[in-house]
Design a protein around this ligand. Sequence first.
Ligand code: ATP
Length: 378
Amino acid sequence: MEISKLKLSGFKSFVEPSTVHIEPGLTGVVGPNGCGKSNLLEAIRWVMGENSPKSMRSGGMEDVIFAGTQSRPQRDFAEVVLNGADDDGDEMEVVRRIERGAGSAYRLNGRDVRAKDVALIFADAATGAHSPALVSQGKIAQVIAARPTERRQMLEEAAGIAGLHVRRRDAESKLRQTETNLERLEDIMAGLDSQIASLRRQAKQAERYRKLSDEIKTAEARLVFARWRDAAAAAEEAKKAAAAAEAKVNETQKAADEAQKAQRSAAEALAEAREEQADRRDDASAHGHRMAALSTQLEAAEQRLADLDRQKARLEADKGDADRLTRDAAEALSKLERGLAESEKALSTDEERRPALERAQEQAERDSRTAELALAKA
Ligand code: ATP
């Protein structure tokens, strides 16, 4: 693998985004103590997937984020971008970013990937965070003092088989998973055996059911045929009945036509009768009015009659009175007649006496005149 560019941002002392171009050939980094040379190497190891804060000279992994100085505030994230080409010459870009409280995230050529994928890529390229190709301060003494197993690890990494180990571990874990699955499968198979026995029983029942179904189908077919035969005979009968019914319908139709004619004439007669009825109704209404008037008149006449009855009673009472008066008058008349007769008698008597009286009167008148003359003379 060839690394061509390293870009750091907020990583340890590289607070501002800084890009280091690594040209072909030998590249040296020089600078005073504490200027950040080792931080560059650690940035390469970090982006390759280093997970031990100790090997990053930190207490925790978030310590790689710029912690701030007296004049600058701390940063919330650190990011390292490594550009390079793999053994096939294909360009690749690996990004690792850490944020306070959120942990690390990796991207490979713009895609989000797992830390394991990144470690595998660098292991396949015979490099990586723990590769002996990256020799940090004190590492030489560490190699000299290393145990055989650690030396073997270094040699394997140098030989480029570290990736194979990672893959072997993956394969072993997959194998263990598969073995567990197989055990579960055997349990399931044991359960399936009893299910198979039950299914065989069910299959026998299904076979019996199928035979019975066939027999039922045959019986049903026979039944359907018998019904069809009966139905055909019934249909024939029905056809005859239909023909008879048709004739009856024709007759009935004729009758219905005649009935319709009769109905029409009846309707006309009914219309006339209705008109007549309307006239009668008008007449009846007029008669009703007249009746009402006559009733009123009758009532008035009855009242009048009652009045006349009352008058008659009064008159009869008056007549009684008049009769009494008449009788009294007759009596008075007879009395008067008697008186008259007596008076006539007296009159005739007086008439008889009249000439004498007239003579006496004439004598009295002469005596009176004589007396008056005598008086006048006196
Ligand atoms: P030497 O030549 O002595 O080995 P060096 O050039 O390798 O020094 P480094 O060890 O890479 O220097 O850098 C150390 C510097 O990085 C120190 O000044 C330290 O303050 C600074 N540093 C480390 N971690 C952080 C951090 N999280 N935030 C800010 N500065 C940091």
